[in-house]
Write a protein that binds this ligand. Structure first.
Ligand code: SF4
Length: 77
């Protein structure tokens, strides 16, 4: 189940902490199908593979994005 800052597709759970976000827009520029700036909910996990999403989460420079899936995510914070 998705909550305002937690999103899941059943394989991966992505969390967003708006207090940490520095608005670098790495996520929206590099994977715009998932990290959408003009649509609510802004994280759409059905638009890419869980592997690709985890890869993008690991590129978040502030730590605002984190994810959980054993053996896959490198960005669990
Ligand atoms: S990459 Fe991270 S810091 Fe940059 S806009 Fe996305 S969530 Fe915020």
């Amino acid at each position: 189940m998705n909550t305002p800052n937690t999103y899941t597709n059943g394989e991966i759970t992505v969390r967003y902490d708006p207090k940490k976000c520095t608005h670098s827009e790495h996520c929206a520029q590099e994977l715009s199908e998932v990290f959408r700036t003009a649509v609510i909910p802004w994280i759409h996990l059905d638009a890419a593979s869980s592997e690709r999403i985890a890869q993008q989460v690991s590129r978040c420079p502030s730590g605002a994005l984190s994810c959980q899936r054993i053996g896959m995510c490198t960005a669990v914070k």
